[in-house]
Write a protein that binds this ligand. Structure first.
Ligand code: ZN
Length: 272
């Protein structure tokens, strides 16, 4: 730890954090010394990247292999009209650099795959899953759970969202959903549409959880899934427990992701 030394500019920039007893210079220092990986610079990733950058998370990894399309701009607010056609990771980095020079951005213009996932997450203290497909969602769960890296999960569908946080002690995503639903059961944004502001709300909760975890304050959504319905403007919470028979974190769980077949259909753990 490099001490609590914050320069005059930082004392000014983060003054509304620092004056709170719950954060203080120690909490701000913790944020500046942290490294967070955001997987997906789309609807959920946009507010996560923006608020983590503003909060002064010192190292921000952004993994995305997509380019900005005009139809993204209705919700992916980290990108602008001039960014259409640019890689999303590069566009998001540009936003962060303009917002806060304290943040070192590491762009990963790649799709997270079984071959690169372990090395990718290893350098980070916390991971934010801001993706939109089950294959990556299960892969991120398995890799983070096995590596002992806490991560935030967020998902959206039309007017509804869900969000939870997986810590190293609590249940994992597969405790809740051992395998992905059959392909075609759950449609994506492109086919069903999504209220543009919806990922903003869910992503802001993910950013909040990340900041709390890094500072070490409050209670994160461990073993609790929050369901948000924008149409009714309701938040419901459902508790869930660690599954002793979980194929990943259970007693007989896998030891490496080599035991999992990540297809778009199943993400099933192979039987012995
Ligand atoms: Zn589990």
């Amino acid at each position: 730890m490099s001490g609590l030394s914050l320069d005059a500019t930082q004392l000014d920039r983060y003054s509304r954090h620092i004056i709170m007893d719950e954060v203080g210079p120690e909490g701000q220092r913790a944020l500046l010394d942290s490294a967070v990986l955001v997987i997906g610079a789309g609807g959920l990733g946009a507010p996560v990247i923006e608020y983590l950058a503003a909060a002064g998370v010192g190292t921000l990894g952004i993994a995305d292999d997509d380019v900005v399309e005009r139809s993204n701009l209705q919700r992916q607010v980290v990108h602008g009209d001039d960014d259409v056609g640019r890689p999303k990771a590069e566009s998001a980095r540009n936003f962060v650099t303009q917002l806060n020079p304290d943040v070192t951005v590491e762009t990963h213009e790649l799709r997270v795959e079984p071959e690169n996932a372990e090395a990718l997450v290893a350098a980070y203290d916390f991971v934010v899953d801001a993706t939109d497909n089950f294959r990556t969602r299960y892969l991120v769960n398995d890799v983070c759970t096995l590596a002992g890296i806490p991560f935030s999960h967020g998902a959206i569908y039309k007017f509804e969202g869900q969000v939870t946080t997986f810590t190293t002690d609590g249940p994992c995503y597969r405790c809740l959903f051992p395998e992905a639903p059959p392909e075609g059961m759950v449609a994506d944004c492109a086919t069903t549409g999504v209220l543009g502001v919806l990922p903003g709300t869910v992503g802001c909760i993910q950013a909040t959880e990340t900041v709390k975890h890094l500072i070490g304050i409050g209670d994160v959504l461990e073993g609790r899934m929050v369901f948000y319905d924008a149409m009714d403007m309701t938040f419901e919470e459902v508790e869930y427990r660690k599954n002793p028979d979980c194929p990943v974190c259970g007693e007989e769980g896998i030891e490496s992701i080599g035991e999992v077949e990540y297809t778009d259909e199943s993400c099933a753990v192979q039987a012995d």
